[in-house]
Ligand binder design. Sequence first.
Ligand code: HEM
Length: 436
Amino acid sequence: MPMKNQADVLFQWSKRYGDVVYVETMGQSIVVLGSDQAASDLLEKRSAIYSDRPRILTFELIGWGKLLGFLPYGPEFLATRKLFQQQLSKAQCVAYQDMQLQQAYIFLYYLIKKPQDFRSHLTRFVATVTAEIAYGHHVSSADDAYPKMSERVIDILIGAGIPGFNSVDMFPIQVRPEQEELQREAFGQVQTDMASTNSLYPHREIPQYDEKHLERLSLAAYHMHGVGFETTWSTIESFIFHVMLHPEVQKKCHEEIDRVLGDDKLPDFKDRETLTYLECVVQESARWHTVIPLGVPHRVMEDDIYRGMLIPKGSIVISNIQSITYDENVYHSAKTFLPERYLPKPKGYGEPFPDCNFGYGRRVCPGRYLADASVWIAAATLLAAFEIHPAKDKAGNDIIPPLEYVNNTLTSHPKTFQCEFRLRSEKMRSLIETLK
Ligand code: HEM
């Protein structure tokens, strides 16, 4: 397996060898799926045998082996997954929308005050939403501990390196106490903070839970808060990056927003269906650069035959999401940023939204409805309120950042870039100051 730029190399393999590639490395068989067809056929239609996870030594060493994303298929997985599904179901997520909208207003307000700090405002927005849902903790000040905890989880993740490809894994052993302390700290805080109805644990019931279930809750909340944070944060950052690089796309979004809402309103979730072009831009940004380019690996639990090929029991199965979103059989000129591709024919090309970004089958991302709503409301309110431009150098020229990405373990996002947020009108300023 390639040690560097894995997603790019595996994409080239898919183009060269086809959408099902088999590799053996040090006795381990690995199957790389490079089309939506192959990933759906195996990971969804045959999910009864494709829903296990391989052991990832790096994550076990840092103490993450019991997190849902890395649990083997079995009773503990099912019990933990149920917690996520209850808390993050499509219907349940509608109940979080008012809170997400309010947090989006606060995000805009901070952007007006200190536009150059947009990354920390984004951290606050995303971490506040996940802290509210995972812990029932309401972030009320800029110094609140929970956004900082999310960042610390990400530091742990970055410290762990790319699974299986770091220098086995001396560093992860050092970070384990840090991660355990963080998990205790966040959960301990909750047990003293008995106020919320949103959280995973309606507090009055805590004393009835046994130790095992309490540990499960603590791990689930930690996972939601940390991993849910990183993926959503990176997706919104990527959206900002793309609209900054495509002023013509941004202009069309502004025209649509003004046509639908006028110039003195901010979008709400009920406007989502009407803002069709904006929707295409959000989807195109997620397709053009996927946040988890190689998905999270599955493991097949039985020998299987697919298109006449044997997939041996125990094979690691990688859904190569980057190849799937660049599949020219589905997305014409796949490397072009083209939001219109999703519009129905003849206006557009009728191509499908990249749902593969959230994975497949019984392991599909349980946070997808929450993440989708956070990304959309951030994107819609940002563009209603601001123009986003590249920063300028001393001579007044635009600084156009290269299309380069940082790959942290499983996730990927644009390398740090600078941009300018320009308020679209004074009316917007007063509106945001009233709403926040
Ligand atoms: C845009 C943001 C997000 C993206 C792109 C994303 C993507 C993914 C992907 C590709 C997987 C692997 C699916 C598979 O194995 O086939 C996954 C798993 C997971 N995601 Fe997300 N995710 C996002 C946000 C979230 C949020 C907000 C949460 C929680 C609040 C979350 C929690 C999880 C968990 C717990 C798993 C493991 C599920 C399992 O193994 O059964 N994710 N996600």
